[in-house]
Structure formats: C-alpha cells, structure tokens
Write a protein that binds this ligand. Structure first.
Ligand code: HEM
Length: 411
C-alpha cells in the first residue's frame, strides 16, 4: 500500500537511518553544508577563533551554572551560607564555582576581543549589519547576566554593587526612583531583589544561547569577513570549514582551555574579591566599592562626568552608539589594514577603553579625572566624528582584486 503523503520522501530500506531522517528533517545535510563543506575565507587569523571559544565557554557556563543553581538558596538569609556550603561541603563544589567564576571573566575578555576584532576589520559593514546587531544584543544580555550573577553570593561587594547600580538608576530624572524601586522591589537591595536577580540570571543565560543560534545563522547567510575585508571571488579564496577550520578552532580551544585550567587549578581565588568573602551587611559600606574588571571602563565613564545622570548617559550611550556603527561608518573599505587613519583611531579607541577602566579603578580622582574625560571624549569622537568622516579621509585606496591576489601580493 502506498501512502500518498509520503510519495516524495526518499530514504527507504537500505539507505540508512541518516538518509531516512534527512529526508524528513535535513539535519544531516544541513550540518554537512554549514559545518563541513561550508566555504570559509582561507586567510582567517587567530582572532577568528574567539567565536568558537565563546560558544564553548557559554556551554560550560550553562552546565556549571545548573549544578550551582540546584545547590543555591536565593534568599538574603540563606544565599551566603549556601555558597559557602558549595565551596566547602559539596563534592567538587569549589571546582564548579571556580570554573563558573573564572569562566565569567574569560567569557567577557573573549567577548571584548571578539567585538574589537569586528570593529577593526569592519565586520559590521553591509551585508553583516544584522550579524553585528545580534552580537550587540548578546553583549548587553551577557552584561546583565554577569551583573545579576555577581549579586547572588550576597557578599559585601554583591550587596553594595547592587546598591550602586540602584542609585545610578535612581539618578534618571522623573522615573528614576520609581524604576529603582521597581527593579529592586524596595528602597535597598533585599530578599525581593535577590530573588529577581536569580531568575534574571538563570533566564537570560539560556536566552543568550537562543540569540547565539540567531547570531550564527546570520553569519552563515553572509559568510565570514576576513582580515583583508574583501569578499571571496575565486574558488581558491576559500577553504572548506572541515578539516581546515575545525582543526584551527580545536587548536584555539586547547590553548584557551590551558589558560582556563591554569587559572582554575593554580589561581582559583584570583577572580574573587576579598570583600565578597564577608556576608552582605547593609549597615557597613566597604571602603572601596568596585565592580568586576570587565565593568570598570563603564564605571570610569560614570565617574568622569560630574553629574550622576550625565555619567549614566555616557555609560549607556557608549554601548548604544555601537548599534549605529554600520551606518556611522561611511567608508566603502572594510578592513583597517587598508585604512591608515582608522587604524590609528582603533588603537586610540582601545587605549581609551583601557584608560577608562583604570580611571574606574582609581575612582576618577585627581589626574585620573582629566584622563577619564579625555578618553571619554575620544571614545565618542571615534564613532561620531571619525567614522562619518572616514569616506573623505580614505579616498583613492586601491584594494586587491581578490583575497588570493591580495595574499599573493603580500597584503
Ligand atoms: C555570546 C556571545 C557571542 C558568541 C557565542 C558569538 C559567536 C560567534 C561565532 C561562533 C562567530 C563565527 C566565528 C568568528 O568569527 O569568530 C561569530 C562571528 C561574529 N560575531 Fe559573534 N558571538 C558573540 C558575541 C558577539 C558580539 C558581542 C559581537 C559584536 C557586536 C559579535 C559580532 C560578530 C561578528 C561581526 C562576527 C562575524 C565576524 C567576521 O566574519 O568577520 N559577536 N560570533
């Protein structure tokens, strides 16, 4: 008997389970097309390893996070003690927590490398705008996830960090106090806030995974950019993803795992702030409230502007301006390799970001205030002045005809 509906579905007896499944849900051929035969520019350098690194670290964070969550108590009375119990009583609990905390720092570090790589090589330019925007959405989501996670152990820094963030929101004219109350569930961080942060941390982490799927799907529509910023034109411009980039990614992952292992096994406390080993005490403000290193540049921006609201605008604006980059950059050339002025601008941008981090660390006191203001001014000028002017600054540049001819010519 023939089933009328299955007439065009191949994969009968003898063709194997993979063919049978593929005819009904093309996961096997889809995987082959996207991860084996997938044509990838032949000249990707080590900076293109970070996307794979981020994906793997994200999976490690989700796995360790689930084990931590089942042993964690999300109440102001129980949180600190439950984290101590994970460290001291849960078998390998110290290891799980150390992997999760070190992983958070390394994830953010890899994320910054990934972002500045995109800026340097013009990977945000047409036709990769959506890829860029999904990446930025990930950045924002990861930042919120990391911040919410830091509050969970309910140590002194967790508590006072949440307090400083609440006060920053409070500085918004009009709706500030209402918004602070809404987010915190009270006038100061407490049980309700902790519960909310726990849910936010858990839910956002998995939502990040969903957006990564979109991000990689957008990447596979346009294909990867490359250090020359020229689209592949001839067959010899690309290599198949497997075995060339699977092996290259594996090398990158092994090196990254070595660094990860050194931090976790030899310096397990490096990423912990001493003050956070004390339980949260709303009656005792620590002498020095400082966020994790990855938020320091934004903390520096917050402090370099005299008004609280102005500082908040600068810090939020510094992320928002990134969303406009594909349209602010008027140059037809992608890669900084062929854009001498932009290249210097990128060095200055990275320097201002690092300097703003140092300013954050020194609370914008004394000379650091001036450094902070100059760095902040450059940060915005880079996007709002240099990028729009770049078309005029970069006239008459002759690009190689193709990736291969550029490589042959030693570009
Ligand atoms: C959870 C965080 C993220 C993950 C897991 C992730 C993953 C990936 C992967 C696997 C790739 C391909 C490999 C590579 O080019 O390195 C990629 C490419 C890319 N990502 Fe991300 N990404 C993340 C965040 C971001 C962020 C914050 C941005 C910046 C806005 C971004 C922008 C891009 C761009 C522009 C490309 C294409 C680069 C090129 O081909 O030149 N991504 N990402």
């Amino acid at each position: 008997m023939t089933d009328a509906g299955s007439g065009d579905v191949t994969g009968g007896k003898g063709e194997g389970a993979a063919a049978w499944l593929d005819a009904r849900l093309p996961v096997v051929s889809g995987f082959r097309q996207e991860y084996i035969d997938y044509p990838t520019p032949r000249n990707l350098n080590g900076l293109w390893n970070f996307g794979a690194i981020l994906t793997v670290v994200l999976l490690v964070m989700l796995a360790t996070g689930i084990f931590l969550a089942v042993n964690y108590t999300p109440t102001a009375a129980g949180a600190f003690a439950s984290v101590e119990a994970i460290e001291r009583q849960l078998p390998s609990g110290w290891l799980l927590r150390s992997i999760h905390v070190t992983g958070a720092s390394l994830f953010l570090a890899a994320l910054y490398v990934h972002l500045f790589r995109g800026l340097y090589y013009g990977s945000y330019k047409r036709p990769r705008e959506v890829l860029w925007l999904t990446g930025l959405l990930l950045l924002v989501m990861v930042m919120f996830t990391a911040f919410a996670g830091y509050v969970l152990p309910w140590g002194q820094m967790s508590y006072w960090g949440a307090d400083v963030a609440g006060k920053a929101v409070d500085a918004i004219p009009g709706i500030g106090p209402w918004l602070e109350h809404f987010l915190q569930g009270g006038d100061a961080p407490g049980d309700v806030s902790l519960h909310r942060f726990f849910v936010l941390h858990f839910v956002l982490a998995f939502a990040v995974l969903g957006v990564v799927v979109l991000h990689v799907a957008a990447l596979h529509v346009t294909g990867s950019n490359n250090p020359l910023g020229i689209e592949p034109k001839e067959p010899r411009d690309t290599l198949t993803f497997h075995p060339y980039y699977t092996s290259k990614d594996a090398v990158g992952l092994i090196l990254f795992a070595l660094l990860f292992a050194v931090l976790v096994f030899f310096l397990p406390n490096l990423m912990f702030e001493a003050e956070n080993f004390r339980p949260a005490n709303p009656l005792h403000t620590p002498a020095d409230i400082e966020p994790e290193w990855y938020f320091l540049p934004f903390y520096g921006m917050l402090q370099s502007v005299p008004s609280k609201f102005g500082g908040l605008l600068a810090a939020v604006g510094s992320i928002l301006v990134l969303f406009l980059v594909p349209w602010l950059d008027t140059s037809p050339i992608r890669s900084a390799r062929f854009r001498p002025v932009y290249r210097v601008g990128m060095v200055a941008l990275v320097a201002s970001f690092v300097l703003l981090g140092l300013v954050g660390r020194h609370h914008a006191e004394g000379g650091w205030m001036i450094v902070g203001r100059v760095a902040l001014a450059y940060y915005f000028a880079h996007f709002l002045v240099l990028l729009p002017l770049s078309k005029r600054l970069e006239r008459g540049v002759i690009l190689p005809r193709s990736i291969s001819s550029g490589l042959d010519a030693g570009a």
